[in-house]
Design a protein. Structure first.
Length: 513
């Protein structure tokens, strides 16, 4: 007996560099989901909860190595995809633009208009759709101008956003969301996610207005302060709003409400209308603060054909941008990338319609019929967008089979319990770090689509669409997470513990990529 125990523990120690899950084979054996019928019964049990009586659920789960369907429910029915629409945008972008594609933002002038450090004409700030441009990047552009010896611009700062069309919002976007950072205007010349950050903190003295700051600090955005600081023992409730006046399309905000003395500061993000001028004004103000005199104004316009670039900024490559798109579910990234697809597929100016046209053509080449979806934008914000679980699961299969883009596509997805929109989800033993997926959310809609692997080591593609949700979304999200946990424990045959010895976790994990 002593010998057997010694041998057993020596094997555990010897396998310490291998799959941590294998050390718990007895526990995991008890939690196996054996066979397709057992899996279906477990999922059906989850969906038998009363919360699903008045809602609609669509599911498709496929094993990718042989395309076997493990489970389906309402898989041919149309649903709002919400942000899982970004999967179609990201996959098509990789196919059209390539993973190494970069955006470029240029400063250009007419030839011969620099004399002794003075630009005698206009300077053109040209955007190509970069959704990742930040204030720090504009600072770098100004610094590069200074390094070229430029100290003065006699002309104007002309903001050229003609790379895209002038349509600033997607079809079917809700007017109610126009102030939100999730519904910012679109432009080929964008900065700071086309939004500003209001920080509102209580004053040290009750009765005084709150302390308000804005980032980026700029004269292009202004506000009125109607706030008040309350004593911490006040019976009045805290409330805070930052909004434009109804039907107003400027960048003047009214900040109203109350904060308790000693309470934490509040941070609120708001969209900025006219992103091109927003970018140009920030650039203008940076020039002045960094010692470059500008005699002219900030205007919108189109650069002449014969301008020459004197300074430029390149974005990170597309594979990196897609991580912000999918992990953080950034809508500006989705829409600007969609219009960029339109440019490279059909020419300037980039339009959402042309980007969507290219997605349809890509799906058609892969054998996916346009009778099973209706595409309206690149982000899934639109209420017009409709997709079946069949369509999205087929797309997941296509991207997995494409060895050129598989790694970049899957790497862009949130990892359960680790990052992005799934950072606080599925943090249990079976799913932590083992589900790669894109979540989606609209009012009354919750979706999830992506990849995981079973106890057999098989990679699965799954799509969960849930809509007509009248109450809180958390119970539906929890149901999705429970189904993912089932998929992780799924096996075709009974588990044999000795089959895991000697299999390194990273080797199994690599099967996803």
């Amino acid at each position: 007996m002593f010998f057997l125990l010694s041998f057993f523990f020596s094997q555990l120690v010897a396998c310490s560099s291998y799959s941590f899950g294998s050390l718990f084979f007895l526990q995991r054996e008890e939690k196996q989901v054996l066979g397709q019928y057992a899996l279906a019964a477990e999922i059906d049990a989850i969906l038998s909860d009363p919360i699903f009586v008045s809602s609609t659920t669509g599911i498709k789960i496929i094993r990718l190595r042989d395309e076997v369907v493990l489970y389906e429910r309402n898989n041919q029915r149309l649903f709002h995809p919400a942000s899982t629409m970004k999967l179609l945008t990201a996959g098509t972008a990789l196919e059209v633009l390539g993973s190494e594609f970069r955006y470029t933002t240029d400063l250009a002038i007419l030839p011969g208009t620099i004399n002794d450090g003075i630009v005698t004409g206009d300077i053109y700030l040209k955007g190509s759709g970069d959704p990742s441009l930040q204030l720090s990047d504009l600072e770098t552009l100004v610094q590069k101008l200074k390094e070229r010896g430029i100290s003065r611009v006699k002309g104007n700062i002309v903001c050229d956003a003609s790379f895209f069309d002038t349509i600033s919002h997607g079809k079917g976007w809700m007017l109610d969301d126009r102030d939100s950072k999730f519904s910012v205007p679109l432009s080929a010349l964008s900065v700071n996610n086309n939004s500003v950050e209001f920080t509102v903190a209580p004053s040290v003295q009750a009765g005084d207005p709150a302390l308000i700051s804005i980032f980026p600090e700029t004269s292009f955005v202004s506000f009125s302060d109607y706030t008040r600081t309350l004593n911490s023992d006040s019976s009045a409730k805290q409330s805070l709003s930052v909004s434009r006046k109804a039907s107003s399309y400027d960048n003047f905000f009214e900040i109203r409400g109350t904060l308790y003395k000693g309470s934490k500061k509040k941070i609120i993000y708001r969209s900025v209308f006219d992103p091109a001028l927003f970018t140009g004004n920030l650039f203008y103000e940076l020039c002045l603060s960094m010692g470059i005199e500008i005699k002219g104004k900030v205007l919108k316009g189109r650069a002449p054909l014969k301008v020459e670039t004197i300074v430029s900024h390149d974005s990170a490559q597309l594979s990196v941008l897609l991580e912000e798109l999918n992990k953080e579910s950034n809508n500006l990234y989705a829409e600007n990338i969609l219009k960029t697809i339109g440019v490279y597929a059909f020419g300037q100016p980039g339009t959402s319609n042309n980007g969507l046209k290219q997605i349809r053509q890509y799906l058609s080449r892969m054998g996916i019929s346009d009778q099973n979806y209706n595409l309206s934008d690149g982000s899934g914000v639109s209420r017009y967008g409709l997709v079946t679980p069949d369509v999205l699961s087929s797309f997941l299969l296509i991207m997995y089979q494409d060895l050129t883009f598989r790694y970049d596509f899957i790497s862009s997805l949130s990892v359960a319990g680790v990052d992005g929109t799934l950072k606080k989800r599925m943090r249990n033993f079976s799913t932590l770090g083992k589900v790669h997926a894109k979540s989606g959310s609209l009012q009354g809609v919750s979706t999830l689509a992506g990849y995981t692997r079973t106890n057999d080591g098989d990679v699965l593609g799954f799509v969960f669409f849930m809509e007509h949700l009248a109450g809180p979304k958390l119970p539906y999200i929890y149901a999705q997470d429970k189904i993912c946990a089932l998929l992780r424990r799924y096996r075709e045959k009974e588990f044999k513990w000795h089959s895991l010895w000697g299999v390194k976790d990273e080797e199994v994990f690599d099967q996803i990529y």
